[in-house]
Design a protein around this ligand. Structure first.
Ligand SMILES: Cc1cc2nc3c(=O)[nH]c(=O)nc-3n(C[C@H](O)[C@H](O)[C@H](O)COP(=O)(O)O)c2cc1C
Ligand SMILES: Nc1ncnc2c1ncn2[C@@H]1O[C@H](COP(=O)(O)OP(=O)(O)O)[C@@H](O)[C@H]1O
Length: 316
């Protein structure tokens, strides 16, 4: 899959494509339906299947820290889109200059002149351009004149509800990972590079590989049974997502204690699928209480994976 970072990197050979535009946060089953249609259209036109997305997501640009929790970082979106067979992604830097662009100018200059879009798919509620003045009707009428076929997607529904990033965020916030998975079509996962922490894990008897959660709001919080992937190897574990209130922490982290594992993985990329929520994060009065609780969490996660119940002190 080819990634084009920014409008200025669109080259003449990118002219002529079949396009869809959106945030694709989560790359959930609703998105997958739209993308399936895109792939079919691309095949019919013998053109590249192209997804245009924005970084940061427009809501994040406008609402800053009040924006809803992000389900997938750009890197994860790109992996999921590539897995679905998308050939090209155009990632637009969503900044003030881009936000100021008039809807007509966006359609004319970018979609028609730069990208030569032959077929465009958007949601019927898609709004774009300065003050969100552009809509489906504008796209359809401008498209007609330029030979760009514009269509809207039908909502993908499950259990009588329209699958959406918002519903998935709600399911994750309430700890209902099973519903989130049903809507996502895959386990909810967090990934990133393992960073150095406070080195307390080794004192407590449970080392934890840490990933910084860069965005302020995370859709999940608490303790989870997890399945991690490091350098292609799958390892079960138990993880805490939060800011360690026991230590008056302020930075949100994902901390994973890996079972039967004793390697140094600082700096390595780790992908962590959250399988089952075990409990909420809490502030403990003493380290002894915290350590005893973590031992209970380890046992619960092992049971969840059908692993033997020997106390886990081997990761030190
Ligand atoms: C399974 C598990 C559950 C945890 N639960 C909590 C918790 O409820 N409250 C808390 O303050 N910290 C919790 N922690 C975080 C520990 O405090 C943390 O791992 C320890 O401080 C080591 O931090 P370090 O990796 O920065 O050295 C948990 C960690 C694990 C592995
Ligand atoms: N079983 C294990 N689970 C998690 N990390 C482990 C394990 N065994 C060794 N490690 C290594 O130890 C580090 C965590 O040790 P820890 O004392 O918690 O330090 P830190 O505060 O830097 O996370 C991990 O980043 C990883 O490199």
């Amino acid at each position: 899959m080819e990634l084009i970072r920014g409008i200025h990197n669109i080259r003449p050979h990118h002219f002529g494509c079949v396009l869809t535009i959106g945030n694709f946060d989560g790359v959930h089953l609703g998105h997958a339906e739209v993308l399936k249609g895109l792939l079919t259209d691309a095949k019919a036109h013998s053109l590249s299947s192209t997804v245009m997305l924005f970084e940061p997501q427009p809501q994040e640009f406008f609402a800053k820290n009040n924006a809803p929790a992000r389900l997938t970082r750009l890197r994860d979106k790109l992996r999921l889109l590539s897995d679905l067979g998308i050939e090209r992604v155009i990632c637009i830097s969503f900044n003030q200059q881009f936000a100021n662009m008039h809807a007509e100018q966006f359609v004319n200059d970018i979609l028609i002149k730069k990208l030569g879009v032959k077929a465009l798919t958007v949601g019927d509620d898609f709004k774009f351009g300065k003050q969100r003045q552009g809509n489906f009707d504008l796209l359809a009428s401008m498209g007609k004149q330029a030979g760009m076929d514009v269509k809207s997607t039908a909502s993908f529904r499950q259990l009588n509800a329209r699958v959406s990033s918002t519903l998935i965020r709600d399911a994750l916030a309430s700890g209902d990972l099973a519903s989130a998975k049903t809507m996502l079509g895959h386990d909810y996962a967090i990934s990133g590079r393992v960073i150095h922490g406070w080195k307390r894990g080794r004192e407590l008897g449970f080392r934890t590989a840490n990933i910084a959660l860069k965005r302020q709001v995370c859709p999940v919080n608490g303790v989870f049974a997890v399945q991690a992937t490091i350098a292609g190897k799958q390892i079960f574990g138990v993880a805490n997502v939060g800011n360690k209130p026991t230590f008056n922490g302020t930075r949100a982290l994902l901390e994973v204690h890996l079972f039967d594992f004793a390697q140094d993985i600082y700096g390595q990329f780790m992908h962590v699928e959250l399988i089952k929520k075990l409990r909420n994060e809490k502030k403990f009065e003493t380290l002894t209480q915290l350590t005893a609780q973590i031992a209970t969490d380890v046992a619960a996660a092992k049971q969840c994976f059908g692993l033997n119940q020997v106390a886990d002190r081997d990761g030190m």
